[in-house]
Design a protein around this ligand. Structure first.
Ligand SMILES: Cc1cc2nc3c(=O)[nH]c(=O)nc-3n(C[C@H](O)[C@H](O)[C@H](O)COP(=O)(O)OP(=O)(O)OC[C@H]3O[C@@H](n4cnc5c(N)ncnc54)[C@H](O)[C@@H]3O)c2cc1C
Length: 375
């Protein structure tokens, strides 16, 4: 069967990482992408490639997985987080806490780097090709199918210096966080909310006002941008005979919505399972299961905190020197997290609907994306 082309639905990080792995092993691969370009839903979004879930550096991990890292990135070691009362907490880590990267079809983006590597290895990428059905071996990598979280705000140009800032305040981003990222004269400001989607416009406005007040946010030519995130620990990440990878399977950091690494890791694992004839469900459970369970416990606990709790948490980290070390510990499987995991799972189910939204005559991100899913 090694001459049969493997079809991959979706040219996001998950699908392209799978394609790269298969092509490196000499298998013919066809990637179908529904849109006309890579990274369509992100355009020129700035995102963080987190660097705290593994002791080894995230870029080294990607290289070990066979994924090239020749995309533009900004190692982020220092930033500022504010509580709801406007008090600033300095964030510092010796090694990068995360790498800021650009998404979308631009020349320096993560998506373009993955596409370039895949094409260089002989992968055939078909754009404007929406997969409805597959007949041979395939991997599904079509991104989120529900909205457990939305991140909404603006992209803009700016003269601000590179950096990252966040605010933990339920009046700006309920159960989530507001953030501002700037790299090379481009910026994004977002409210990343886990509920209250119906009031998205109000939260975005408050977020912009807060960053203007706290750090002098300067937006030139602001363009609205938003998207959804979907996470759950699946019972199985297979659809019939086919592996499901990335956010389509629910793989993503449940606490804060960092999904790129889980997307690429699961893509590589699915490809390996095809190449070796091994059990994909066993592979992702080994590699991602404990991490996702810990993140889900963290999400359940974070959801209980509220503004005073976030302030307490920020105060705790302020007295420790290294934010990466602290976050690494929060994501490490521990006895306490193992014991809390069943409770967290029960408390946090993939919501698939937002109770604050009545879905009637509504244009919130949730409802707009709902239309896209059913297109
Ligand atoms: C606003 C926002 C900010 C984010 N910030 C971060 C961050 O800072 N750090 C982080 O790690 N993660 C972040 N994430 C999450 C991260 O972007 C995703 O987890 C990641 O892109 C998932 O990759 P994926 O390949 O699974 O899916 P996607 O990137 O969504 O790719 C899926 C692809 O499949 C295509 N497709 C869909 N249906 C079909 C079909 N039927 N046939 C063919 N193609 C199809 C889509 O067009 C798309 O190109 C953010 C998400 C959002 C919305």
């Amino acid at each position: 069967m090694s001459d049969t082309a493997i079809e991959i639905a979706g040219a996001g990080p998950a699908g392209l990482a799978a394609a790269i792995t298969l092509a490196r092993a000499g298998r013919p691969v066809i990637v179908h992408e529904a849109q006309a370009e890579v990274g369509y839903r992100f355009k020129r979004d700035l995102q963080g490639l987190e660097n705290w879930t593994t002791r080894q550096d995230a870029l080294a991990v990607l290289r070990e997985l066979g994924v090239a890292t020749d995309f533009k990135r900004l190692p982020c070691r220092q930033g500022t987080v504010f509580d709801a009362w406007g008090k600033a907490y300095a964030i510092y880590s010796h090694e990068p806490l995360f790498y800021m990267v650009e998404r979308g079809p631009g020349p320096d983006t993560l998506d373009t780097a993955l596409l370039r590597q895949a094409i260089g290895l002989g992968v055939e990428v078909r754009f404007n090709s929406r997969v409805q059905q597959v007949h041979g071996p395939a991997i599904f990598a079509t991104g989120p199918k529900a909205a457990d979280v939305i991140a909404v705000g603006y992209h803009f140009d700016t003269h601000m210096a590179d950096g990252f800032w966040a605010i933990c305040d339920d009046d700006l981003a309920p159960k989530g966080y507001a953030y501002l990222l700037v790299m090379g004269g481009k910026g994004t400001v977002k409210s990343c909310m886990f509920t209250g989607f119906k009031q998205e416009a109000r939260y975005v406005q408050r977020t912009v006002e807060a960053f203007a007040r706290l750090v002098g946010l300067e937006m030139i030519d602001p363009r609205p941008h938003g998207g959804v995130g979907n996470f759950r620990i699946p019972v199985t990440a297979r659809s019939g005979a086919h592996a499901v990878v990335g956010e389509q399977a629910g793989f993503q950091d449940t606490l804060w919505g960092f999904g790129m690494r889980a997307a690429m890791t699961s893509g590589v694992l699915a490809a390996c399972s095809l190449l070796e004839g091994s059990d994909y469900d066993r592979l992702w459970r080994q590699e991602l299961g404990a991490l996702m369970a810990a993140a889900m416990v963290n999400r359940a606990l974070y959801g209980l905190l509220g503004n005073r709790g976030y302030r307490w948490l920020l105060h705790q980290q302020e007295n420790r020197s290294d934010a990466r070390e602290l976050l690494h510990r929060y994501y490490c499987p521990s006895l306490v997290r193992r014991l809390l995991a069943p409770l967290a799972r029960r408390r946090f189910r993939s919501q698939r609907k937002d109770e604050s939204c009545n879905h009637v005559d509504c244009s919130c991100v949730w409802c707009r994306h709902g239309r896209e899913w059913h297109a």
